[in-house]
Design a protein around this ligand. Structure first.
Ligand code: SAM
Length: 273
């Protein structure tokens, strides 16, 4: 089975080898057959399509494994970019590997990596978060887990949630450098950078900036601040343990420092022992 990335906007962004694999495979598994037909028609690829999406992936994976057992070669694509990256395919790849078949990935477009490469933010370490939960409480909880992450953070976001997400991030993450990459490889490709306040102003003043597909990137937490917090952590744990148990200590100090509850719990346990 081949994992084949497809363009994220500009139809030319697909390699010769991807096109050859798509032409020569016996079957292409895609999220939406109508959507993928447009790309395949453009390149006169006649390989039959079968739908594999979030709602049928488990059942369909067994069927695909049985097709591989019959000797069928299969290419997996998604609507755009690299399959499995905030797209279906994880369960299928797992099943296919478990069944002993080779899964061969082809390199190609991915919105997160393409956006990061031009963002001006540090690229030596990054954390891909993908889509945050839609509900504000869960979203803030996820952001809270990322407060002490020093790597550049990469998110996918939809236009109708971008303002609320920037506001939630401003509240939870504080002062950061932010880059919003919109419509990459398309006519209205735009990179906006600034603080959360500056981006919120830019988007509120021009509703066009809220349109299209977007990758949001946020600089990581300041390493020195995180180190200073860690250095003070043992002292805080020891003081807290005089009055509270390990569990309450880890909840309290996680709220105060933004560090992960699990890590504080582990450290508090060692100190208490
Ligand atoms: N698998 C894809 C990839 O490799 O990037 C991502 C699929 S995910 C369902 C779709 C999201 O990717 C969009 O909502 C947007 O956040 C981001 N995205 C896709 N194409 C983009 C583009 N041309 N410009 C900016 N963001 C894009």
């Amino acid at each position: 089975m081949y994992i084949v990335p497809t363009p994220i906007g500009n139809l030319d962004d697909i390699s010769q080898r991807c096109l050859a694999v798509l032409s020569e495979a016996d079957l292409i598994a895609c999220e939406d057959t109508r959507h993928s037909s447009r790309l395949l028609d453009h390149y006169s690829i006649k390989t039959p399509l079968t739908a594999l999406h979030d709602h049928n992936e488990r059942g369909k994976s067994d069927w695909i494994v049985s097709r591989l057992e019959e000797g069928t070669s299969i290419a997996l694509i998604s609507d755009a970019g690299t399959p499995l990256i905030s797209d279906p395919g994880y369960h299928l790849v797992n099943k296919v590997r478990e069944a002993g078949f080779r899964v061969s990935p082809l390199p190609g477009a991915c919105a997160a990596i393409t956006a990061l490469s031009a963002s001006g933010l540090p690229t030596d370490q990054f954390t891909f978060v993908g889509f945050l939960p839609a509900k504000s409480g869960q979203k803030k909880g996820k952001l809270q887990e990322l407060v002490a992450e020093t790597a550049t953070l990469i998110f996918y976001e939809s236009p109708h949630r971008i303002l609320a997400t920037l506001e939630d991030m401003r509240g939870v993450l504080g002062e950061r450098e932010v880059v919003l990459a919109r419509e990459i490889t398309k006519t209205y490709e735009t990179f906006l950078n600034g603080s959360f306040d500056e981006l919120l102003d830019a988007l509120n003043n021009d509703s066009n900036q809220q349109r299209g597909e977007m990758v949001l990137m946020v600089s990581g937490a300041d390493k020195r601040e995180v180190n200073a917090t860690l250095a003070g952590l043992d002292t805080m744990i020891k003081s807290s343990l005089k009055y509270l148990g390990v569990k309450q200590t880890s909840s309290l100090l996680s709220d105060i420092t933004g560090l992960r509850k699990k890590e504080i719990y582990q450290r508090a346990l060692e100190i208490s022992e």
